[in-house]
Design a protein around this ligand. Structure first.
Ligand SMILES: Nc1ncnc2c1ncn2[C@@H]1O[C@H](COP(=O)(O)OP(=O)(O)OP(=O)(O)O)[C@@H](O)[C@H]1O
Ligand SMILES: [Mg+2]
Length: 310
């Protein structure tokens, strides 16, 4: 059945290896034209889920629909319409950038008459212009990543599946890579991207957080914050942050969490404002000077850490 607004629909998706469950009965949908993030620590089931989406692995149970087609372990149905960048991007190190793209173009069956234009387009979109003749082995991690991405979009896929594309890449290149993904989305491509960097969650339109095969949070960053955060965050800047943590942990105030964030202290509690006076009183008694005290929006990282503890 065609579904014009959904790029991916997973329903009860499960994968077992023997009696070990790698992906446990998960449901999610990816809308067309969004960046959907699949976040989770090592071994949580990200690659296994991607493999099932691409038809490279058959689910033990449940179903997966990509671009309106039931995949069910059959890659041939969808591969012409999707791009895939695997976790260890497979490039030929002894070839140049251009030779790699030519190779992938031929592998995708792109006609010679079109290949040159497609390659130029990929070089431009991936920001690789001027590096056509560089040997792949001489490229830094960030450039190799862009080349792998260029290869994955040569055949103009509707959906891109990227498996940890930013792993091991420096922060500046990671930032530039996300800018590229926004460019793709502006051109109408849907992006499904896995990562174990929690700070990348905020860049996604919507996301699922997977832990040991289970989805433990799902939605847009603000939806997830609203669902998962048990309280508000009060941020305190004081003369002695470490001492502030000690004093507040020992205080007779019903606070859920008191944590040090660099030189600032985060206090989490439902309706934390109610305790502001008591907090100030405790700190004054301990001779700690408070410079600033304000309610802040929690980061998704705060949220994940607090839901993983639970
Ligand atoms: N073919 C297999 N046979 C047995 N166990 C497997 C197989 N493939 C994966 N697993 C196990 O399933 C779990 C999920 O693996 P998966 O590769 O999907 O995790 P991941 O989230 O991609 O991890 P990483 O961040 O390390 O890439 C792991 O415990 C892994 O050891
Ligand atoms: Mg993986």
């Amino acid at each position: 059945m065609m579904n014009d607004t959904k790029a991916v629909i997973a329903h009860g998706l499960t994968k077992r290896f023997g009696d070990f469950t790698a992906v446990n009965n998960i449901d999610f949908e990816v809308k067309r034209g969004e960046i959907f993030g699949f976040l989770g620590p090592n071994g949580s089931g990200k690659t296994t889920t991607i493999r099932m989406m691409l038809g490279l692995m058959k689910p033990t149970s449940g179903s997966i629909e990509v671009l309106g087609k039931h995949v069910d372990g059959d890659a041939s149905k969808i591969l012409p319409h999707v791009g895939y960048m695997s976790q260890r991007f497979s490039l030929y190190n002894d070839l140049t950038v251009l030779q790699n793209l030519n190779f992938y173009g031929a592998a995708y069956g792109i006609a010679n008459s079109e290949l040159k234009e497609r390659i130029n387009n990929a070089l431009q979109m991936a920001g690789l212009e001027g590096r056509e003749h560089a040997r792949t082995r001489e490229l830094s991690g960030g450039w190799r990543q862009r080349l792998a991405l260029g290869a994955a979009i040569l055949h103009r896929p509707e959906v891109l599946f990227l498996d940890e594309p930013t792993a091991g890449v420096d922060p500046l290149s990671r930032r530039a890579f996300w800018d590229l993904l926004y460019k793709f989305v502006a051109e109408g491509i849907t992006v499904f991207v896995t990562t174990h960097y929690m700070d990348e969650a905020e860049h996604c339109h919507r996301l699922a957080f997977i832990q040991r095969g289970d989805i433990i949070a799902y939605g847009s960053p603000s939806e997830i914050k609203a669902q998962k955060m048990r309280g508000q965050v009060l941020e305190i800047s004081a003369s002695d942050a470490a001492q502030t943590v000690k004093v507040l942990r020992a205080a007779q105030i019903p606070l859920e969490e008191v944590e040090l964030y660099g030189s600032l202290v985060h206090v989490v509690a439902p309706d934390v404002k109610k305790h502001q006076r008591a907090i100030e009183r405790e700190l004054r008694r301990a001779r700690i000077r408070v410079h600033q005290l304000s309610i802040i929006e929690p980061s998704l990282e705060d949220v994940f850490i607090s839901s993983m503890k639970a």
